[in-house]
Design a protein around this ligand. Structure first.
Ligand SMILES: [Zn+2]
Ligand SMILES: [Zn+2]
Length: 222
């Protein structure tokens, strides 16, 4: 049940932030992004990855790499919106490619969440800054309020839909270890890209290092 409600709340929090503060990707968001990347990566490494490898399926590694490839392909469409920046040109039309890529990403990351509470927290924390940045982009674009609303509502429902489908579909359940391995690949790529891009000019930033450390430590003690 939490896997249905929390992702939607995360998007609502992000939207509220964007409306109130109208952040032009300010420092606070960047720190939250760094924290979310470290936290998500740590949950995957500490818990989800060992769990996936304990399934005795000898093809796990292949499916992890497949997930990584899927995420790379999705980023051609999203231009990196799922790791925190929108390069999309605002043409005033509905950004269909961005929309489809983001929705697919959100659907996939939703699959294991009904069975994995800590991963659920990891994905929620990752979703909040993404929702802030995405909402800010959509609100500043020339798109109509109705288009923006449709985009955000469907986007918000995709992760819960993934979690729901996984509990309902016997096909997804049969291939549970393969599906989870795919999600590991997707999340590994997204979280490492967030961390990589958060230190683009490689300048030492004590605050950033601090929030990354806190992210790792919290995930370890979850
Ligand atoms: Zn990027
Ligand atoms: Zn994501």
């Amino acid at each position: 049940m939490l896997a249905i409600i929390l992702p939607i709340i995360a998007v609502l929090i992000g939207l509220t932030f964007a409306v109130i503060f109208k952040p032009a990707v300010n420092n606070g968001i960047k720190l939250l992004l760094s924290f979310s990347g470290a936290f998500l990566l740590s949950v995957v490494i500490f818990e989800f990855l060992p769990e996936v490898y304990s399934s005795n399926n000898s093809n796990i590694g292949i499916f992890i790499m497949l997930g990584l490839l899927i995420q790379i392909i999705l980023e051609f469409g999203s231009k990196g919106a799922e790791h925190g920046h929108v390069h999309h040109k605002d043409e005033g039309t509905f950004p269909i490619l961005l929309f489809i890529s983001l929705c697919l990403h959100s659907l996939i990351e939703g699959f294991p969440l009904a069975e994995n509470q800590d991963l659920l927290y990891g994905v929620i924390v990752h979703k909040i800054p993404i929702a802030v940045i995405l909402s800010a982009f959509l609100l500043n674009s020339k798109m109509s309020t109705i288009q923006t609303s449709i985009f955000l509502i469907i986007f918000a429902c995709m992760t819960p839909l993934g979690a729901f489908l996984k509990t309902q579909s016997s096909l997804l359940e049969t291939y549970s270890s393969e599906v989870n391995a795919l999600v590991v690949g997707v999340l590994l790529h997204v979280s490492t890209t967030i961390l990589f891009e958060s230190s683009k000019n490689h300048q030492f930033n004590a605050t950033k290092l601090g929030v990354i450390l806190i992210g790792i430590i919290i995930a370890y003690f979850l």
